[in-house]
Design a protein around this ligand. Sequence first.
Ligand code: PMP
Length: 390
Amino acid sequence: SSSHSCIEAKENGVTKKLPSDSVINLDHGDPKMFESYWRRMGDNCAVVITGWQSLSYFSDITSLCWFLEPELAEEVRRLHRLVGNAVTEDRHIVVGTGSTQLFQAALYALSSPDADEPMSVVSAAPYYSSYPTLTEFLRSRLYRWAGDAHGFDGDKPYIELVTSPNNPDGFTRKTVINRRGGKVVYDLAYYWPQYTPITIQADHDLMLFTVSKSTGHAGSRIGWALVKDKEVAKKMTKFIELNTIGVSKDSQVRAAKLLRAVSDSCKQLGSQGSVNFFDNFRRLMINRWECLRNVIRGNDLFTLPEYPKEFCNFAGEFTEAHPAFAWLKFKEEIKDSESFLRAHKILTRSGKHFGVNKTYVRISMLDREENFEILLERLSKISAKQQENG
Ligand code: PMP
């Protein structure tokens, strides 16, 4: 309406008026910022699936993961080789309906059906907010959520979840319990050059990846696990067989096409004018973080983490992390920072969901440009007002 002050946003070259009093939802890590890149790719990344395709349950009966489309496996290996973020040689690939299904498959595969009591599942706080919920919702007799890995003692078997870089705070992580025989799931959803320097080629026993955060196609629901141990890979495959009898072929074929487009863009093999995917998003994330740090500079209401500069083997330069989430810590007077920001029409996720207190909030950095700009505008107002009030 005319009473609203408006900021202008361009999408598809069309200028849209956005009421600046609309609520922005930055609670989820919904990767909508990737849309404009893929839009520019146009029909080059379209996938046509005719009526006679994808009828069979089976993709490759010679493969351990019999519902894995060979072309997806090939593109997964190719992209990891190109980026240098994970070893794929001598690894089994298990495809899942998002890494969420693979996470559950991993818990199933790593726990012991004959144990007297459920296996403890832990992760160092702040941990990804879905881990406790996913671990507990079926009240399994195989495993149970045991909270912050820092507080875990006793000599019982356990599964430690290591998210690196971490959701919510963006830091690179290692295991905190280092017991022999300890089982570890490495959730490497954000170990891509747009978010963090690629410092090593990860070669852990069980690593999870997803298109949701790599290419931005969360809606296709495709993730993959790189698994060293054959029996673990078999059990994970069994879980998915019992759970969904495999994973949508349509989605796998599409994911293969998108990963191929990303790899081609890095080799400049893409269509004319195709832009290096990771360079493009690295630049955008660097820019967003710079803007965010600028608007909150000088305020003492809240702070952001600082990340060390490290050499990124992919980019060939020293760079710091520019995570998918901003992990904001408010000063203690603000008892509930999620409510505080909600009053300013910014929806975020409270620290309490990540195993820490409510002075923290997590804010998505992956929304469309127009919403990110509204976020900047609102934070800068909060920040300026607070400085005024001394
Ligand atoms: N792991 C982490 C650390 C995540 O942040 C997310 C998505 N928010 C997932 C897993 C789930 O990804 P997917 O969409 O592949 O199920």
